[in-house]
Design a binder for this molecule. Structure first.
Ligand code: GDP
Ligand code: MN
Length: 378
């Protein structure tokens, strides 16, 4: 997961890295109110997951409310490298004496962490000559020591006034990268102010999705994005679910089959309400969870359960469906297709309980057609 600048700065702040005070918004009036609060001059900055915002007109200084209004209006109309600007970050402007570059990432070939530091910051690091970038390879077991950090800063030939501040920030940035489970933590520019302070003016952070279970607080990074309540529920229940806007709820086992199910529903003239891969787990619990999430979606008029038994046995799935139906008060009928391992036993179980709420169909196409017809109220 890549963070927007303001989210990256919030993350930095948790690790004690100095950033400017500011707030995010999606509208011009709030931008002015924020500017009045943080005090002029301010910088108005486009929040998009792409670099080069400065060059594209997405970073502007403003000295008063009129200028904030002017720049905020313009920036909120921009598309930068294909990214539509929906949010802007307003922060107190900094005085800059020098701009540096600092980052940590993983060097896969060396199996070590790589730190890069350059006295030439504020420009894309790709355009900085290699000899002007001081690199440090860090053994994750040893970590970054204060002595190594100091030597690294000296190697980068920053202004001597910046040495202490830079060492301090780099140690904190490494902490953020390691303990914050980031795959990239970059500050460009890292600035030295005229009064000798070192400060992060930009933040580029990518988080390691595989570590999300350690960080419930990452949920906040959805920020102002609308959260799909169905997806939030599904996530809580550990289901592979993607909300769509049709009327046929879908449960299938395996991502490939789930996608084919979405496709076949649209081929026969319907529209899927979701993608849901129930995986190998066909227990009643798992099925009940899947049905609960789908049941929460008011657009769903029929639910198509499409199972191809492999390791998952169809009779187990069938029992799971029956038990789940006893636990979840379903609003829409279920249309079931079972094939593969123990399909016959599975179908028998469903047929014993068949009704206009639970319909067994012999194959995927007929099941899809039935689900779509029911969803359309035919
Ligand atoms: P990017 O272009 O997407 O990397 O956006 P940055 O946040 O790095 O900003 C681009 C440039 O704008 C920086 O390199 C600075 O030169 C300038 N800039 C950003 N914030 C400030 C600020 O607070 N004061 C001043 N004077 N310049 C700033
Ligand atoms: Mn930058």
């Amino acid at each position: 997961m890549d963070l927007l600048e303001y989210q990256g700065k919030q993350y930095f702040a948790k690790f004690g890295i100095p950033v400017s005070a500011g707030e995010v918004t999606d509208n011009v009036d709030d931008a002015v109110a924020i500017a009045e609060k943080v005090g002029y001059p301010v910088v108005v900055k486009a929040q998009v997951l792409t670099g080069g915002r400065g060059k594209a007109g997405g970073v502007k200084l403003a000295n008063n409310a009129d200028e904030v209004r002017f720049h905020a209006t313009n920036i909120l109309k921009l598309t930068i490298n294909g990214h539509v600007v929906r949010k802007i970050w307003i922060e107190r402007a900094s005085d800059i004496a020098e701009e540096y570059y600092a980052s940590f990432t993983l060097d896969r070939s060396k199996k070590l962490h790589l730190g890069m530091l350059s006295a030439q910051g504020g420009v894309e690091i790709e355009s900085v000559p290699d000899e002007d970038i001081a690199k440090i390879w860090i053994d994750p077991v040893v970590g970054l020591t204060a002595d190594a950090a100091r030597q690294w800063v000296l190697d980068a030939k920053l202004n001597p006034k910046a040495t202490d501040g830079a060492v301090d920030i780099l140690l904190k940035l490494y902490d953020c990268y390691i303990n914050g489970d980031a795959t990239l933590a970059e500050i460009n520019p890292l600035i030295l102010t005229p009064d000798g302070k070192v400060h992060a003016l930009d933040a580029k952070v990518s988080l390691d999705d595989a570590a999300a279970h350690r960080h419930p607080e990452w949920e906040n990074f959805t920020g102002l994005e609308p959260i799909d309540e169905r997806e939030r529920m599904a996530k809580e229940k550990d289901l592979q679910y993607v909300g769509l806007d049709g009327t046929v709820g879908i449960i299938a086992n395996g991502a490939g089959l789930a996608m084919s199910t979405v496709d076949i529903v649209s081929q026969v003239g319907g529209k899927a309400a979701n993608f849901l891969d129930i995986g190998g787990g066909a227990s009643a619990d798992h099925m009940a969870n899947a049905l609960t999430v789908i049941n929460h979606d008011e657009n769903v008029k029929a639910v198509f359960i499409n199972i191809f038994g492999g390791i998952t046995r169809c009779d187990e799935v069938a029992r799971g469906i029956i038990q789940a139906m006893e636990r979840v008060q379903l609003r829409a009928p279920l249309i079931v297709r079972l094939d593969g391992t123990n399909a016959e036993e599975g179908r028998k179980i469903i047929e014993e309980h068949a009704s206009d709420r639970l319909i067994m169909k012999p194959n995927m196409l007929v099941a899809a057609q039935t689900a779509v017809e029911i969803a359309k109220g035919k």
